[in-house]
Write a protein that binds this ligand. Sequence first.
Ligand SMILES: Nc1ncnc2c1ncn2[C@@H]1O[C@H](COP(=O)(O)OP(=O)(O)OP(=O)(O)O)[C@@H](O)[C@H]1O
Length: 274
Amino acid sequence: MLELHRVTRRFGDKTAVDNVSLVVGEGEMVGIIGASGAGKSTLLRMINRLADVSDGKIVYSGRTISALKGAELRSWQRDCAMIFQQFNLVPRLDVITNVMLGRLNGRNPVLNLLQIFTPDEQLEALKALERLDIAQTAMQWAQTLSGGQQQRVAIARALMQDPKMILADEPIASLDPRNAQIVMDSLRDINSEGITVITNLHTLDTARAYCDRIIGMSAGRVVFDGTPEQLTTDVARTIYGADGLKEAFSEAMTSTAIAPLRLPRTPTNAQQAP
Ligand SMILES: Nc1ncnc2c1ncn2[C@@H]1O[C@H](COP(=O)(O)OP(=O)(O)OP(=O)(O)O)[C@@H](O)[C@H]1O
């Protein structure tokens, strides 16, 4: 279980995340929505420890992860893999090596430098690519792939970390509707196997279609935490403001406008928000 206790992050005078308290259970699929600048990325980055908290604490399974250092911090960052809008692959490396780099954290640095991977690691990387349905691209340079394929490689790389949790920061913001759907279906699929997924999303329709629980942020604060059904237009207005609401809905037309392929719910991922 992930717990955020009165977490705040300030940048100078600016409070990006303001006194946020949350509990996320194992196996939940949570969407975080909000207008640009609401604090969504900063929140995810603090969970992964790419950013430090200014106040408050973050606890996972009884461990205060906001205070971890050194090897313990690296181990936590393996447990909670991060996926970004811009994929963050190495463009002139083949896909399978990009995926195996998911293992970097915790391997012998000399082997990493020489890019020497064991047959087991190669097999595991291929399996991860197969799971994302892109094994046929294994030997191509990452930069030759479409955006949607690159994001699937990034997800395969995250899986190589054998994570307990995947944090996705606007994973479909750069993708066309078809690829956005494929990437969201992949995240959903992974979640159905028990991995907690917390994803920032710009658009309401995607959050509604794919997440069991939606958290709405505005000006650094959590202003909504509930099910898709509870996310009424009035609530959306509180999250986005009257002007932003129009944008949130119209942007939806360019995100996952294609109907998602809903997977059957499993006991692990069918949890409701507390
Ligand atoms: N490194 C930083 N230095 C200064 N200010 C920052 C930094 N990172 C974020 N901020 C500020 O904190 C606020 C929240 O930013 P954040 O990126 O978390 O919002 P967001 O909801 O993810 O927005 P977007 O959807 O545009 O990515 C913004 O006002 C932003 O300018």
